[in-house]
Design a binder for this molecule. Structure first.
Ligand code: CAO
Length: 416
C-alpha cells in the first residue's frame, strides 16, 4: 500500500475541484487523480505509481496542500500494470492563455499538468477529453459548475444543442444560440413549428447565409394604374376574378425582367456561369395559416391581366387549401412577395435561391409629390428589391427599380 500525496503545487490550501478516480480503479503512472484549483491555476495531479485505488482520501471542495494524501494505492506488479487498460494516461492539455500575467506559479515539472489556468476555460481532464472526442471548443461551452467550471454535462448539453440546431449552422462555424430555460422567467407554452415552416425555415436560412444580399428601395407612382384598375375591377368581378395591384405588378416585372435578363437568371452549381432563362415564370409568396409557400405563375410575359388574375387567385386558393403540388412550386425565375394588402412601408425580402432577385411590395399610400412647381397628391407604391450581389451590381439594381417604377407609373408602356 502506498499513500499518493499532493506534490508542491506552488500554493497551499488549494481547492479540490474534481476527483477523477474511485476505489477499485486500476491506474498507471501519470494517470490523473484529482484536479486542483488555486487562485492562479487549475492543475491535474497525476499518480506517481501504478496500482489499484484502495481508498480515496479527498472529495470535491476539500482544501489540500503539499503532502496531503489523495489516495491509498495497492501497488501492482509490472505484469498487471501492462494489462491494466482502464484509465488512460493523462494527455497534455491544451492551455489557452488570457493574460500573460496569469501564468501559473512554477510547479515541479512532470508532477502536475496545467488544466486550463486561464479565466476563460476551467475544465478537468475528463471534460477536456470528452470535448476533444466531440471536437467541441470549450471556449464556446457555457459553464454551470462552481467558479465557472465546465462540467461533463455542459459539454453534453452543448453537443445536444448543436445536433438539434439547423444543419446549415453546423458547417458554418457560427456559434449556435444559447439554450435558455425560459420557464425560469415566467409561464411558457411550447408550440411545434408547422411542417411548411420547418421546411421553408431551412431554405430561408440557407439562402440568407449563401447570398450576399443588397436591398434596393424605390417607389412607383401608381395613381393612374389604380384609376385604370378601379375602372375595370367591376367587369373583372363579373367574371369572378379579382383584379388586385399585384397582377399589374407581375406584368410590369415581366417586362423589366426582359429588359434586364441578368435578373431572370441563376448561377450554375460552381458559381462561375450565369444561366439566362428565356421564359418568365414568377413565384408569388402566399401567406397561409401554416406558413409561406411560393407557387409559380408561368409565362407571365405572354399572358393578359385577366388570365394572370385567374391564375393568381387559383394559386393562392390551392396554397391555402394545402393543394399545391411540387410542380406548382417549381421553375420560378424571380419572386414577388406582396405585403401590400397588409401594411408596412418597406422590408428586405430574402432571395429565393436559385433565383437571383426578389421584389417586395408594401402598402401604397398617398404622398405629396412635387410636380410642375406644386405638390400634388399621388398614390405611391413602395418597392423593395433584394438581389444577389455576386450576380447583380448596385447600378443594375437601381436601373431595375427605375424601369419597374416607370412601367407601373405609365402602364401603357407595357403594351410596347
Ligand atoms: N397597396 C395597397 N393595397 C393593396 C396592395 C398594395 N400594394 N396590394 C394589395 N392591396 C389591396 C388589394 O387591392 C385588396 O384590396 P381590395 O379587396 O379592396 O381590392 C387587398 O389589399 C387584399 O389583397 P389580396 O392580398 O387579397 O390580394 P393580392 O393580389 O394583393 O395578394 C397574395 C395575393 C396571395 C400575394 C396575398 O394574399 C398574400 O398572401 N400576401 C402575403 C405574402 C407574404 O406573406 N409575403 C411575405 C413573405 S416574407 O418574405
Amino acid at each position: 500500500m502506498k499513500n499518493i500525496t499532493v506534490p508542491d503545487v506552488g500554493a497551499s490550501d488549494v481547492d479540490v475541484i474534481e476527483v477523477l478516480v474511485k476505489p477499485g480503479d486500476t491506474i498507471k503512472v501519470d494517470s490523473p487523480l484529482v484536479t486542483l484549483e488555486s487562485d492562479k491555476a487549475t492543475m491535474d495531479v497525476p499518480s506517481s505509481d501504478a496500482g489499484v485505488i484502495k481508498e480515496v482520501k479527498v472529495k470535491v471542495g476539500d482544501k489540500v496542500s503539499q503532502g496531503s494524501v489523495i489516495v491509498v494505492l495497492d501497488m501492482l506488479d509490472a505484469e498487471a500494470q501492462a494489462e491494466s487498460p482502464e484509465v488512460p494516461k493523462a494527455e497534455p492539455v491544451e492551455v489557452k492563455k488570457s493574460e500573460p500575467a496569469e501564468e501559473p506559479a512554477p510547479v515541479q515539472t512532470g508532477t502536475v499538468i496545467p488544466a486550463g489556468h486561464n479565466a476563460d476555460v476551467h475544465a478537468g481532464p475528463a471534460v477536456r477529453k470528452l470535448a476533444r472526442e466531440f471536437g467541441v471548443d470549450l471556449l464556446q461551452v457555457a459553464a454551470s459548475g462552481p467558479k465557472q467550471r465546465i462540467l461533463k454535462e455542459d459539454v453534453q448539453q452543448f453537443v445536444k444543442a448543436r445536433l438539434a440546431a439547423v444543419p446549415a449552422v453546423a458547417g458554418t462555424g457560427l456559434p449556435s444560440a444559447p439554450v435558455i430555460d425560459f420557464s425560469k422567467f415566467g409561464p411558457i407554452e411550447t408550440q411545434s413549428l408547422s411542417r411548411i415552416k420547418k421546411l421553408s425555415g431551412k431554405n430561408l436560412h440557407r439562402n440568407w447565409l449563401l447570398v450576399p444580399h443588397i436591398t434596393q428601395f424605390g417607389e412607383a407612382d401608381i395613381t393612374d394604374m389604380e384609376e385604370f384598375r378601379a375602372a375595370n375591377k367591376a367587369s373583372f368581378e363579373k367574371q369572378g376574378v379579382k383584379l388586385t395591384p399585384l397582377v399589374f405588378i407581375m406584368k410590369a416585372v415581366a417586362s423589366t425582367l426582359k429588359t434586364y435578363p441578368q435578373f431572370n437568371a441563376s448561377l450554375d452549381a460552381n458559381g462561375e456561369n450565369l444561366i439566362l432563362k428565356k421564359y418568365v415564370n414568377i413565384g408569388v409568396a402566399v401567406d397561409t395559416p401554416d406558413g409561406l409557400v411560393v407557387p409559380v405563375i408561368r409565362d407571365v410575359d405572354k399572358k393578359g391581366l385577366m388570365e394572370l388574375a385567374k391564375e393568381l387567385a387559383l394559386a393562392s386558393e390551392k396554397a391555402r387549401a394545402k393543394q399545391l403540388t411540387a410542380n406548382d412550386m417549381q421553375g420560378g425565375c424571380f419572386s414577388i412577395s406582396s405585403l401590400g394588402g397588409i401594411g408596412g412601408t418597406a422590408f428586405t425580402p430574402i432571395v429565393n435561391v436559385p433565383e437571383v432577385a426578389i421584389l417586395g411590395i408594401s402598402k401604397s399610400s398617398y404622398k405629396p409629390v412635387y410636380q410642375d412647381g406644386v405638390f400634388v397628391p399621388r398614390l405611391m407604391l413602395p418597392l423593395s428589391l433584394s438581389y444577389d450581389h455576386r450576380v447583380i451590381d448596385g447600378a443594375d439594381g437601381a436601373r431595375f427599380i427605375a424601369f419597374l417604377s416607370n412601367a407601373l407609373t405609365d402602364i401603357r408602356s407595357l403594351l410596347l
